[in-house]
Design a protein around this ligand. Structure first.
Ligand SMILES: C[S@@+](CC[C@H](N)C(=O)[O-])C[C@H]1O[C@@H](n2cnc3c(N)ncnc32)[C@H](O)[C@@H]1O
Length: 210
């Protein structure tokens, strides 16, 4: 992972030198930092995430967004960090404990069910996770039960275009925004926002309901 992201950074540095358009969207020129490409604060502001919100970070991975979400929601908020293997869940729990983040609860989800409490999530984030889901429409339809009234579901996904090459993602790695929108409609969601400020990812926000 580290090797791949460093190689990706070098590729971006090379592309930046050649004047690539997505590079203009990067937050600075530290190509060795994920923040440069993920623009986490801008992403959380755009969804939005607010103090006191209850947020699910589905497919939390190494907790990149979990720790930032925990800061954003503060002590009155809650972050459910969902992962599908015991190993990943244990690593997230250790990370939360080391950071003293009492508002993070690690959830061992299933591949077809995030195992969140019913009707409580104000915000759900899937960052580079949507393309990992086996049955995407069924999964997202199932997720609707876990949403609080007015909840937002944010999907950040590698672009299925040449920009994804910059991060050394294989062709077809990400699901294209048009496909995401069509699948989300079938799962019972309507689009509420679409952002184009991330260098190598699409960013779509949905709410439940037609
Ligand atoms: C590319 S990583 C993204 C990690 C994190 N969201 C980030 O942006 O750094 C994808 C993660 O999704 C998780 N995942 C895959 N299928 C999942 C599912 N059905 N439910 C929850 N997580 C899943 C994987 O275990 C992996 O950690």
């Amino acid at each position: 992972m580290l090797k791949s992201s460093m190689a990706g950074s070098l590729a971006i540095a090379a592309a930046a030198a050649l004047g690539c358009a997505p590079c203009a969207k990067m937050d600075g020129w530290n190509v060795f930092s994920r923040d440069t490409f993920s623009l986490p604060q801008r992403t959380l502001d755009a969804i939005p995430v607010w103090p006191g919100a209850r947020v699910a970070d589905v497919g939390a991975g190494d907790g990149y967004f979990t720790w930032r979400l925990a800061q954003a929601v503060g002590p009155d908020g809650r972050v459910w960090a969902v992962e599908v293997t015991d190993r990943a869940a244990a690593k997230l729990a250790r990370g939360a404990s080391q950071r003293g983040l009492a508002n993070v609860e690690v959830v061992r989800g299933a591949y077809d069910d995030p195992k969140l409490p019913d009707g409580q999530a104000d915000v759900v984030l899937l960052s580079s996770v949507y393309h990992h889901l086996d049955e995407r429409v069924a999964y997202m339809a199932r997720l609707r039960r876990d949403l609080a009234p007015g909840a937002r579901v944010a999907i950040v996904e590698p672009r299925a275009s040449w920009e994804s090459w910059l991060l050394l993602l294989p062709p077809g790695h990400g699901v294209a925004p048009a496909t995401i929108r069509s699948e989300m409609a079938r799962a019972g969601y309507r689009p509420v926002a679409s952002f184009d400020f991330l260098p190598a990812h699409s960013f779509e926000v949905f709410a439940a309901g037609g």
